[in-house]
Structures are given as C-alpha cells and as structure tokens.
Design a protein around this ligand. Sequence first.
Ligand SMILES: [Fe+2]
Ligand SMILES: [Fe+2]
Length: 253
Amino acid sequence: MTTRPQNLLDPGFELTLRPMRYPDFYERYRDAIKNTWTVEEVDLHSDVADLAKLTPEEQHLIGRLVAFFATGDSIVANNLVLTLYKHINSPEARLYLSRQLFEEAVHVQFYLTLLDTYLPDPDDRAAAFAAVENIPSIREKAEFCFKWINEVEKIDRLDTKTDRRRFLLNLICFAACIEGLFFYGAFAYVYWFRSRGLLHGLATGTNWVFRDETMHMSFAFDVVDTVRKEEPDLFDDQLQQQVTDMLHEAVEA
Ligand SMILES: [Fe+2]
Ligand SMILES: [Fe+2]
C-alpha cells in the first residue's frame, strides 16, 4: 500500500478518488461541464457590417484586440499543461484542469474564427499571429507571461519551500495577472463596443469566455487558499512583496 500525499503540493501523481480529499475541486469540474458552449453557436455575420462603420482609430483598436487574443489563450493552455497539471497533486483537481484545458482550446478556436472573419487578408492574419514579436504593447505582455513560465518550467518536483513559493507565484500570475488583468482589460473594450450597439458576435463569444475565465480564476484561488491552510508558512512577507511587485508589473504591461 502506498501512502497518500499529505499536502496538495507534495510531489507525485495521486490517483485515489475515494475517499475524496478535495470534493470542492470535483464540484468545480461538474459546474464547468454545465457551461459547455461551441464556437459554431456564435454568429459573427453582423460584425462584418459593423466593422465597416468604425472610424480608423476604432479599427486600429479592434486590430490590436484581435492580435492580443490570437495567442493569449494558447499561452495559458501551455502553462496549464506544463506547470499546473504537473504540480497540483490531486486527481479531482486534475479533472478540473482537464476541463479547463478543453475550454482554453475552445477559446483558441473562437479567436481563430474571429480573426479569420475580421481579417480576410492572409498577410493581415499572419501579422496578427506575429504580434507577440512585432507589436511592442503585445510583446510586453507576452514577455511578462514567458518570464513567469520560465521561472518554474525546469522544476520537476516541488521538494523545497522555495520551489513551492515559485510555483505559487506562477499560479497567482496566470490567474490574477493574465486571465484576470490582461483578459478582463481586453473584455472591457469589447463591452464598450457593445454598449454602442456594435459587434454583437464578438460580445456573445466574450460573454462565454468571460464566464469560463471567471471560473478558472476561482479554481486557482481555491488552490491558493487550500495550500495556505495546509502550509501557512509558505505565505511569508517575501511572497507577499513578490505578488505585489508582480501585480504592479502586470499593470504597467
Ligand atoms: Fe481562456
Ligand atoms: Fe482561462
């Protein structure tokens, strides 16, 4: 008989679902299933007519939004698989993360479909996907993400407190700064267009992405709260300062 891990961040691939250790994570998985939607349900036809009505400045804004969304969810999905799934050692939490990965795939598909609809020219499409390299404001956000991915990518086991804190910073970064600040900031522009009766297709898809992202953040913060209960000494003054600095850096980006 193998011993079960004591804490959520203890290294390993725990398989036991009964008795269930973290039933709240399982409930989050079941709740997420209820939110299933498909890209085919979003009608983008009226958006094309709306785009022609926009001023050059508004068209520039839409171009930046589409370019930002072109790669954002893929970055989140990569971090989910390469870092979060590896270190959150609970089969019920991994069920939730599997579901989240599917949702990120739907988001990637939604923004790809949006980009193809909004940008009929193949060169414009290619430029949007290259925005992480060519558009400074988007490159800065992407570099911020990669920095926090690289911090933990090479860690295979969270054996030390230092490594567990580095993992927590990655988790908090993705939930609070990327799915939170970066995405919600972009959603605000979409809702500004909607308030003027424009781009209803984009707003519909955004509503569903928004609902998913809200759940992704809630799950991540549940993980943080669970780790805080199990290993309160991880949350020292230094970690608090690092989170504050990270949030400032995200706001700057
Ligand atoms: Fe997403
Ligand atoms: Fe997400």
